[in-house]
Design a protein around this ligand. Structure first.
Ligand code: ATP
Ligand code: LTN
Length: 332
């Protein structure tokens, strides 16, 4: 039998999943289950690099699992687990810290952004976040890591660390490739279309969450920032608001930018914003409804994350033992 490729990704349960998390990452995951052996997890170890309320973190981790499933990740065909349930992540994370350079970690855009936003809590975990992420990835020897644009730099650093390790000890790690969607790789805030739509920002109309009600979604789109030109064409530089709405509409309906320009020719921004809002309401409706159903069945969710941790732990352990041997640790 032909060996399937491997795919792996994760999201921090640091806030409500947004339209950006869905279009930039999860949608891509769900479309690939047939071709790949897939591992997806809730990155709770990463979430605490920014201060979290314990009860919120616990609730959001389970909600995120329900949302993964509702977005189309069938637990029978995808291994879904909670990062902290597989201790090999933290263990390999430590080892890889010793192969990631201070200069490399200092150059990470996410570290600089998060440091600016959390000036009173620039902790060691925030700095070494990418070595833990490299461990998440390399433990499973994946071919592809489906992520949004903002995470590409971390996957590149993972490759650098893997290459360094392999050069010293032989071919231990497979080189993973980032897999970034063509449309939707970077969804911007609706109120500030020059910054990324982000789940941990204060809730305002700038983001749309997977669990938002239709009326909230419509309100958010009606308030979306545009420009004064009143023509619908794609120009990220000069028309970031309209271009962002076009990206969302394109990702939600499958239409190209040319088709969208033609469809709304001479029809004004109000009509366009309503159409985008409606397309997102329909896109998210089944996800919200299914998540709500799943969240009512905690026993089922528990069975999914337990089975996931067991399967993931088995693979992770194999890689970790190999690494420990290579670096010279005495076998237990
Ligand atoms: P936080 O605000 O806590 O940093 P976030 O909203 O930036 O979180 P992440 O957990 O960092 O979300 O990202 C989850 C996945 O979704 C990543 O693969 C990321 O690249 C992707 N993603 C997040 N936001 C967007 C966005 N606005 N557009 C496209 N992809 C996104
Ligand atoms: N850093 C990612 C979340 C993340 C991840 C990973 C993504 C943690 N570990 C491994 C892909 C592979 C983020 O902030 N979105």
């Amino acid at each position: 039998m032909e060996q399937k490729g491997i795919m792996l990704s994760g999201i921090k349960p640091s806030g409500e999943l947004t339209l950006g998390s869905y279009l930039g990452a999860i949608k891509n995951w769900a479309e690939r289950a047939d071709q790949f052996e897939c591992y997806y997890f809730m990155a709770d170890l990463h979430a605490i690099t920014v201060r979290q309320k314990p009860a919120d973190l616990r609730r959001r981790t389970l909600e995120q699992l329900a949302q993964y499933i509702a977005c189309g990740l069938d637990p029978e065909r995808n291994t879904l687990f909670i990062q902290s349930h597989v201790p090999q992540h933290a263990e390999l994370g430590w080892v890889l810290n010793c192969y990631a350079m201070f200069g490399e970690l200092s150059r990470m855009t996410q570290f600089k952004d998060k440091s600016a936003k959390n000036a009173d809590n620039i902790n060691g975990g925030l700095f070494t976040y990418p070595s833990l992420m490299a461990a998440d990835i390399l433990l499973y020897q994946p071919d592809y890591v489906p992520v949004g644009e903002d995470q590409k730099q971390h996957v590149e650093l993972t490759r650098t660390i893997a290459r360094r390790f392999n050069n010293l000890y032989g071919e231990v790690f497979k080189m993973p490739e980032p897999y970034v969607p063509k449309v939707g790789a970077r969804i911007m805030s609706l109120t500030d279309p020059t910054s990324k739509m982000s789940k941990s920002e204060d809730a305002d109309t700038g983001r749309v969450c997977l669990m938002d009600r239709p009326e909230d979604i419509m309100r958010a789109f009606k308030r979306a920032v545009t420009d004064s030109e009143n023509t619908i064409r794609f120009d990220r530089e000069n028309k970031p608001g309209i271009s962002n709405l076009m990206t969302i509409y394109s990702a939600a309906t499958g239409r190209s930018y040319e088709e969208i320009t033609r469809e709304f020719d001479g029809r004004g921004y109000g009509v366009f914003k309503t159409a985008v809002g409606e397309s997102v309401v329909e896109l998210l409706r089944p996800i919200r409804e299914q998540s709500e159903r799943l969240l009512a069945d905690k026993g089922y969710l528990e069975s999914v994350y337990r089975a996931g941790a067991e399967k993931a732990g088995h693979i992770a352990n194999k890689t970790l033992r190999k690494v420990y041997k290579k670096v010279g640790f005495v076998a237990r």
